[in-house]
Design a protein around this ligand. Sequence first.
Ligand SMILES: [Zn+2]
Length: 240
Amino acid sequence: MRTEADVEEYRQRSYAAVVLGCKRCAGADVECGCFERHSIAVSAYEACVPRDFWNVRASDITHNKEVFDAVVRKYTERLDTALKKGYGLVFLGDNGVGKTYLISYVLMKAIRAGRSAYYTTMPQLDHNIKRGFDKPEVEEHLSWLLTSDFLAIDELGKERFKSGKTSFMDTQIERILKQRCDDSLPVLLATNLDHEALIESYGPTVGSIIAGKLQAVAMKPGDYRAKMAREMSGDMGYGE
Ligand SMILES: [Zn+2]
């Protein structure tokens, strides 16, 4: 979670590095691409998109390319419709298949299209809710959850292994999804539960939102992190 002060500090650092440090114009040419790169980085930071995934491009996506082409790519080509109707996506798959990668891809597409976005995880949300929404920075977090054009909640279902049945968190999730649904604002979810378990586990209101408004993106196994580790070894020359 970022506070306004965090974002302002990041904005200044980014401006110094990306715009003033631009090899082409050093901040002298407002038409130069560095201004846009700076503005997108600030939006991505503010949206809490994981930094590893700020520059993901369609051509980088090799694993789960079938579902990417069949659903995710189309979704990003129709962001206006998704926003008008409140259509979202639910990424289903085991840990390490690249759910966060694809969710971040969608959020960055939205940011580049001038939309607002917000990324959070269930553990983060859980942590904030326990701190209480009367705290100003937590209240700001809630306002992003409820009003950003595209909201992503990653790692949904992880908290279910700890707690038992209907919990306070279920009520909060229901409240957030219900309000966004009433406002026709899209939600992107990622979970390692299967689709039916997900629809059943958060109660009928959340279940009907997921079933009616969120297209399932079923991701095949295959460890994305292993691929990243191989790339790191290659980049760094480990094991040569
Ligand atoms: Zn420049």
